[in-house]
Ligand binder design. Sequence first.
Ligand code: PRP
Ligand code: ZN
Length: 289
Amino acid sequence: MSETRLKLAVQKKGRLTDKTLDLLRKCGIDFENGTDRLYVPARNFPIDLLFLRDDDIPEYVQDAVADIGVVGKNESVENRADVEYLKDLGYSRCKLMMAGPEKSSISTPVELDGKTIATSYPNLTKDFLASNGISCKVVEISGSVEISTSLGIADFICDLVSTGTTLRMNHLKPLFNVFESEAVLIGSKKNNDDPEKSSLIEELLKRMNSVQNAKNSKYLMMNMPNESLEKALEILPSLKSPTILPLADGNSSAVHAVIPSNQFWNIIEDLKSIGASGILLLPIDNIVL
Ligand code: PRP
Ligand code: ZN
């Protein structure tokens, strides 16, 4: 039996942490609660979690200190990390945006020309300026970028926006999108030289795919009079053929189907009108296609 274990870097505390741990649990990977330790081995899968500052994760993965990592795409591209992009994870979406004082009347990027911009993302900011053919003074600040205009350090800021609360609280308004981000799984290029690590990563990706497949689906169970079964099948937006099981009463059947979550309320009245009863809607953790 192989002793190979994967080291997975996860943000210690922040916008990525909870959803990443939730994803791992849905992948059937069980580990102790609490992110106050640096290093947490999983109990039932050869993976060890390393809790790190998100800003450090791309470099640690690049240098193979961690084999894989979950990080914001913004952080990884900003760091120009030489890593492999294994998967978009679809959560912790946010935007890197140019923003300015509420009273600013700017409507095109060209009007930023010659101004001073404070940011924690100088590379992404410079990419944006270059692609718009403008030049600005870019001041790199590691935190609390949103107060730099009121301190007179900069005219504009380029910062992450998720709910927009931070901008509003600082009397700033969003101006232009610079970069769209979400959580991504990255891997060290050295993994390619290690077949055992590669196959553990394959297994993890397979499980993550099954969680993603399940995310927008629900399992619908109901009882239906036999004479309505044909109509029920027409109404159900089922992903695959529903399961029909005869009930002991001889007149009705149990119908089980995987449906898109957002369709439930559209079809429920129609199903009831043809006699559906005992309707249950259950969450699904995994779908293996
Ligand atoms: C970002 C950003 C803002 C805030 C925006 O910081 O710098 O402060 O989130 O979010 P909102 O639009 O929901 O108010 P974050 O907490 O990610 O810290 P970090 O950049 O240091 O990782
Ligand atoms: Zn950070």
